[in-house]
Design a protein around this ligand. Structure first.
Ligand code: COA
Ligand code: NAP
Length: 275
């Protein structure tokens, strides 16, 4: 088992890997001795993460600051990683933006912003990384969300973007499978202490209500998502592709009712309070 999870001599790229869940994923691979590179917009967050990855056990740690909405910058950033670290054994694409907002009250630019970060960002990362993926053997993991298949009030933009990401996952599994490249999505549930969870459950009461809706009864940890990525990218996952893997304590089995309703009530309540 130990051998199966040995990532020393493996190159792992985590886009959006400088905070929250994605940083947890990068640190999980670092602890297994991988060469790890992370990227996001903030140079400070990149530098801080690179230092932490070295301490976590990465055999090399590298970072670059770019915005996934800029296809040219993504291309240049990934080419730089390739020049330093060689072919990518693992690519995790997880940069995202989210804010709760009802569709009728959201500007077109607000909707477009999330589509451009989450969905077009994924397109840019997939296209730029393709020539650099190890063949055979590369594992691509796109970070999705329950909103990809569970409609939720206040989340039209995220629902549309993440559903698109999962369809990219499935399509690329078909197109790239013959080259020995596997492509999967991981769907985190509510993960404790992360920006995404704070934005959807901003109060203690909301956090408690959301926890009650999770069959396992509590939020997950970033390492839970890291472990899923580790499994998918190890020889243990070598026959898994085109899959959308829920790592959510059972949340998604509840259907879309609870999450969507609670967010809608929260947003309408806030509008009444201010209006
Ligand atoms: N409700 C409604 N609209 C909002 C909003 C909110 N809470 N927050 C931002 N917007 C709108 C803005 O008003 C703007 O639209 P406009 O030009 O019509 O006014 C548009 O979204 C873009 O906002 P801006 O702040 O210029 O975008 P940005 O590129 O600087 O930042 C965000 C992108 C908005 C997604 C920002 O929240 C972010 O950087 N998020 C990353 C972290 C994150 O979301 N983590 C959770 C991951 S799940
Ligand atoms: P987070 O801490 O805000 O992480 C987002 C990461 O993406 C950061 O490193 C951020 O760094 C980067 N990023 C954002 N916009 C970017 C851009 N335009 N270009 C490049 N990088 C960008 O959020 P999180 O909550 O951990 O979420 C991480 C992932 O998990 C997301 O894909 C999210 O949709 C998914 N998810 C989260 C939860 C949850 O409970 N938190 C649940 C389901 C799914 P910079 O600010 O430096 O750019």
């Amino acid at each position: 088992m130990q051998m199966e999870l040995d990532f020393s001599d493996r190159t792992v790229i985590v886009i959006g890997g400088t905070s929250g869940i994605n940083r947890g994923i990068a640190e999980t691979f670092a602890a297994e001795g991988a060469r790890v590179a992370v990227a996001s917009r903030s140079r400070d967050k990149v530098d801080d993460t690179v230092a932490a990855l070295g301490q976590a056990g990465a055999s090399r740690a590298l970072g670059a600051a770019f915005d996934v909405r800029d296809a040219g910058a993504v291309q240049a950033g990934l080419a730089g990683f390739h020049a330093e670290l060689g072919d990518f054994d693992v690519l995790v694409s997880g940069a995202a933006g989210n804010f709760p907002a009802l569709a009728a009250e959201m500007s077109v630019n607000a909707f477009r912003t999330v589509i451009e970060i989450d969905l077009m960002g994924t397109v840019h990362v997939m296209k730029a990384a393709y020539p650099f993926l190890a063949r055979p053997g590369a594992s691509v993991v796109n970070i999705s969300a329950p909103q990809a298949f569970q409609p939720a009030e206040g989340q039209a933009h995220v629902c549309a973007a993440k559903a698109g990401i999962d369809q990219i996952t499935r399509t690329l599994a078909l197109e790239w499978g013959p080259e020995g490249i596997r492509v999967n999505s991981v769907v985190p549930g509510f993960i404790a202490g992360t920006e995404g969870a704070k934005r959807l459950a901003p109060t203690e009461r909301a956090e408690r209500d959301f926890s009650r809706s999770i069959p396992l009864g509590h939020f997950g940890q970033t390492r839970d998502i890291g472990h899923a990525c580790l499994f998918l990218s190890s020889p243990l996952g070598s026959y898994v592709t085109g899959n959308v893997l829920m790592v959510d304590g059972g949340l998604c089995q509840r259907g879309s009712g609870q999450l969507g309703l609670m967010l809608g009530e929260m947003l309408r309540g806030a509008a009444r309070a201010t209006g």
